[in-house]
Ligand binder design. Structure first.
Ligand SMILES: [Zn+2]
Length: 283
């Protein structure tokens, strides 16, 4: 315990553990029993923080662009990896291609909160959950009613003009009328209606730093927590792994379909879909 395993090695080990873990999952009582154990830990805690990864959103029909199929989609159509396209230098050099890919692969305006989002909003309303820290950019926690949400990677719902700082919602950048450049060319990149500048999603792109205020708030919340629930994250993507190290509380629960390099440190490890587990918690 205590020492942090390197992400890469842990991930590989996790794959094998996943296969082993699936054994009990389909057999009726398994997941319900595990949810009961989770519920008992929650009842024993007063200051819970939830840390969520891409797995929280996949149950709302938002695929992880870093997954194998996401990589394939990007490579086959654009000849580049998602990380290349969603980088600041690529945005600056080729905003049209960036936005084409971005709108196709990262924007899901019809996605709705799933059982995980709803259960977490309920836990916050009950007073036990103090904050959600998320790597997702879809705004679904807030849509479900969560108030204290630290969005480490920003949100597709917010967009900012690089010229004058004007702020726009998601609908603005999706409206083709706002995607006509100064010479009248229609495209995918949105332009500011007040100054004509390029509008950029308030999303942390590769090569960009995370917002220090958001990071600090998330770290403070985790430091002050007596329980940390990590869900839908394999804990390999930066900065997820680092945040877990701030936790000093009593109960660490990991809920992820595959194993993580932190499983050995957790009091409770549940290898199931996060929404399925949280959906079983009594309201
Ligand atoms: Zn502007």
């Amino acid at each position: 315990m205590g020492r942090i395993a390197a992400g890469q090695g842990g991930n590989t080990a996790g794959q094998g553990a996943n296969t082993a873990g699936r054994g009990g999952s389909g057999q009726g009582g398994g997941i319900a029993e595990q949810a009961e154990r989770l519920h008992a830990l929650i009842q024993d805690s007063e200051s819970i923080v939830f840390f969520g990864g891409a797995g929280v959103s996949t149950e709302s029909g938002i695929p992880d662009f870093r997954s194998e199929s996401g990589l394939y989609n990007a490579k086959s159509k654009y000849g580049r990896s998602p990380e290349e396209i969603i980088s600041r230098s690529f945005f600056d050099a080729s905003p049209e291609i960036f936005y084409e890919y971005y709108k196709e692969n990262l924007i899901y305006p019809d996605a709705r909160p799933n059982k995980a989002h709803i259960a977490l909003a309920g836990l916050e309303a009950s007073g036990r959950l103090k904050a959600v820290v998320t790597q997702n950019i879809d705004g679904l926690h807030q849509l479900a009613g969560s108030r204290k949400v630290f969005e480490l990677h920003g949100s597709v719902l917010r967009n900012i003009c690089l010229g004058c700082g004007a702020r726009y919602g998601l609908e603005y950048i999706l409206d083709p009328e706002n995607c006509v450049d100064g010479s009248g060319r229609k495209g995918a990149a949105p332009w500011c209606k007040s100054c004509g500048g390029m509008v950029k999603p308030d999303v942390v792109l590769y090569e960009e730093a995370l917002d220090p205020k958001v990071m600090e708030g998330a770290a403070d919340a985790i430091r002050a927590a007596d329980m940390l629930i990590v869900g839908g994250s394999s804990l390999v993507v930066y900065p997820a792994a680092g945040f877990i190290n701030y936790f000093r509380g009593r109960h660490l629960a990991l809920i992820n379909k595959s194993g993580t390099s932190y499983d050995g440190r957790a009091e409770l490890v549940i290898r199931e879909a996060i929404g399925e587990v949280l959906g079983l918690l009594p309201v």
